[in-house]
Design a protein around this ligand. Structure first.
Ligand code: PRX
Length: 647
């Protein structure tokens, strides 16, 4: 258990929500009232919300179909188009001139894209993709910097029914290849490069490398020029974005798609080696992306500037940089670069320059900025901020308090949102003007969401910790794992006999019914809010010729939440440069985010008599604390001492 979690256990502070007479949810009573409506008629309430908040081409008659559970479907006989909901409907309502996207590049270049301009560009991109042979149901991999074209490509895919799969630009060519291969993608959309820390970070060469083998399904690579860095050009395969789009009409009929049409695949780490392609559907996902903007952020499309700092390579970027704000007809800010470039004031400068009113980031970013000192935020005018959100990992109370006091100036509610790639949108959230907050707690389930903390048998626990489960289906739940139905059942549903969705997190509930997330209970690490599988990193290490065996665990880290700690057994004695070689190797196999912070060469790994690596014990050793786990099943008791002796 990390230090931050220990301090959470002692946390008793409660902050009352500020008064706000313009929000739909002004008190706990308002939240309870809508929850009551759900409890009285679950499907009817979802029906109303889906009818009122989305524009349908064909109305649905069925709300929830549970007959093939756990393969639930929502609104299954309805039809709609996501890009039409995110763009056309606002233009039709006369909002064509409203800014949809404000974008700032790392060097400081700014673009403002209105809803009308977004519509034109998305239509051109959709027509361009059609010209490249993309049809409904085809997979398109997006490997891009944070530039508007990433969002435009996502929306263009949804216009013609193509299924997008965004791969985070910091993943290696090897990781990209695996994802292209698993998705069977036909097209990769990328950029020559993008700006990071003052230099151009090349992307196209990584695509070229990925496509060298195992990617036979790819027919074209569409390349946006951003970095203007020199790149190779493969005739017949590679197509330049501007040249393609300029030749297209700015009208493209949005396809009426079934509510359950797969919208996107997003790869995320699980406890076994291979990343899994989480599949989301069109209507259910969009409905929840739309509603949670109001529920969690009190989002007001006509006046707010919303900034979610996540890259579109992650679920947070999908739902809250792109689809949530745009579905509501609001303004979303996208920023290309790193938060500390050219200095630690960059985020706050962006907030001032673009009058950001709702700001959403990860605890890791907050902790890094705390370290940089209060003088940075104090230099900028943050008075427009009114709601502050956090996501991705437990927030330690110290970081929460700083965010509240220094950034929110004691005025802005702090919204700690718990959710996952699989849930599509927020699940546990203190609704900003209704629910009192406690530093470190994601508070309560949102309206329509039913969560519980249970023991191994699925019985609710009232005291102490347990496992977090979702007890009723919800519209934006994942629809499966791409190409692997069995893994979907095994990972999320088998544990509690198909009764509950098992989230993989430990949690406890306090006397007020507040949820406190304690971190993952499986072998998934959370490094700087990024989800990484220990086994993914282990496989990368073992693929190096010098490595016989590897075990990777998380070690508590003040800044990143968790750091990657690798125990490595070698085939022969270590050479001088081996550690740095291994670090380079993991970077090549997965990406720099998976690079171990510590490599511990070991003679042996602690195993049970049946040969299972005892990770809990390794976690204790990595953290430098006393062994807290039961060692009676350990095959060779000397291993612990050996590991302690050779750090
Ligand atoms: O362990 C939980 C942690 O992040 C995991 C989900 O990771 P991912 O699918 O990459 O999505 C991250 C962004 C939604 C969860 O299983 N997590 C997410 N939000 C929180 C959190 N842990 C504590 N508090 C949170 N607010």
């Amino acid at each position: 258990m990390s230090e931050s979690i220990l301090s959470v256990l002692d946390e008793t502070r409660v902050f009352q929500p500020p008064y706000n007479d313009r929000t739909a949810f002004q008190s706990m009573a308002d939240l309870q009232a809508i929850q009551q409506e759900f409890s009285e008629n679950f499907e009817e309430k979802w029906r109303q919300l889906a009818e009122q908040n989305l524009q349908w081409r064909k109305p649905f008659s069925v709300v929830l179909n549970e007959s093939k559970a756990p393969f639930y479907t929502w609104f299954e006989d309805g039809a709609l188009n996501l890009s039409e909901n995110c763009i056309d409907r606002h233009v039709q309502q006369g909002l064509g001139d409203r800014t949809a996207i404000i974008w700032e590049g790392e060097p400081g270049d700014v673009r403002r894209i209105s809803y009308q301009q977004l519509l034109d560009e998305v239509c051109r991109a959709a027509n361009g993709m059609k010209q490249l042979g993309i049809e409904s149901g085809d997979r398109v991999v997006i490997y891009m910097p944070m530039i508007p074209e990433a969002a435009i490509t996502m929306l263009a895919c949804t216009r013609i029914g193509a299924i997008h799969s965004v791969v985070f630009g910091a993943f290696s060519s090897h990781a990209l290849r695996e994802r292209i291969h698993d998705a069977g993608a036909k097209l990769v959309v990328t950029a020559d490069g993008g700006y990071r820390r003052g230099a151009v970070h090349a992307l196209k060469p990584k695509v070229d490398e990925a496509l060298e083998c195992n990617c036979d399904t790819i027919e074209h690579v569409l390349v946006v020029k951003r970095g203007e860095n020199p790149v190779d050009w493969q005739a017949g395969r590679d197509v330049e974005w501007r040249a393609l789009l300029d030749a297209q009409p700015a009208q493209c009929e949005a396809l009426a798609l079934n509510a359950e049409h797969p919208l996107f695949i997003l790869y995320t780490s699980g406890s076994t080696g291979k990343p899994k392609g989480i599949v989301h559907s069109t209507a259910g996902y969009l409905l929840w992306a739309h509603l949670t903007m109001t529920y969690s952020f009190d989002f007001r499309p006509a006046e707010d500037v919303f900034w979610c700092t996540a890259d579109v390579g992650w679920i947070t970027g999908h739902t809250y940089s792109v689809y949530g704000p745009l579905s509501n007809g609001g303004t979303t800010l996208m920023y290309e670069g790193v938060p500390t470039y050219p200095d630690a004031g960059r985020l706050w400068k962006l907030c001032e320059d673009h009058a950001v009113s709702v700001f959403y980031t990860a605890p890791t970013a907050i902790r890094a900025l705390i370290k940089a000192g209060d003088a940075w935020p104090e230099k900028y005018d943050l008075s427009r901020l009114r709601v502050l959100g956090t996501v991705g990992e437990p927030i330690n109370p110290e970081a929460w308090m700083w965010y509240h006091r220094v950034i929110g100036q004691d005025r802005c509610p702090i919204v700690d949102t718990w959710w996952q790639t699989e849930t599509g949108g927020h699940m546990l959230v203190p609704m900003p003007f209704a629910v009192p907050t406690k530093p470190g707690s994601a508070a309560l389930p949102l309206p329509g969401i039913y969560a519980a903390v249970v023991d191994q048998e699925g019985e609710p626990v009232t005291e102490g910790g347990g496992l977090l489960v979702i007890t009723r289906p919800w519209p934006s739940m994942l629809r499966g794992i791409w190409g692997d139905d069995q893994r979907y059942i095994d990972t999320y549903w088998r544990k509690f006999n198909h009764r509950y969705y098992f989230a993989g997190d430990g949690a406890r509930i306090d006397q007020d019914g507040y949820f406190w997330i304690m971190g993952r209970v499986d072998d998934v690490l959370n490094v700087s809010g990024h989800r990484l599988g220990s086994m993914e990193i282990e496989s990368a290490l073992v693929s190096h010729p010098a490595v016989a065996e590897a075990a990777v665990v998380g070690r508590p880290d003040e800044l990143k939440g968790e750091a990657v700690y690798a125990f490595v057994v070698l085939k022969q004695p270590a050479t001088e440069n081996l550690k740095s070689e291994l670090l380079k190797h993991v970077t090549q196999e997965i990406g720099a985010i998976a690079r171990p912070d510590d490599i511990h060469f070991a003679e042996n790994l602690p195993k049970t008599r049946s040969g299972k690596i005892m990770r809990r014990l390794l976690r204790d050793i990595a953290a430098g604390r006393d062994i807290t786990s039961d060692t009676s099943t350990l095959e060779d008791q000397q291993v612990i001492q050996q590991l302690r002796d050779q750090p």
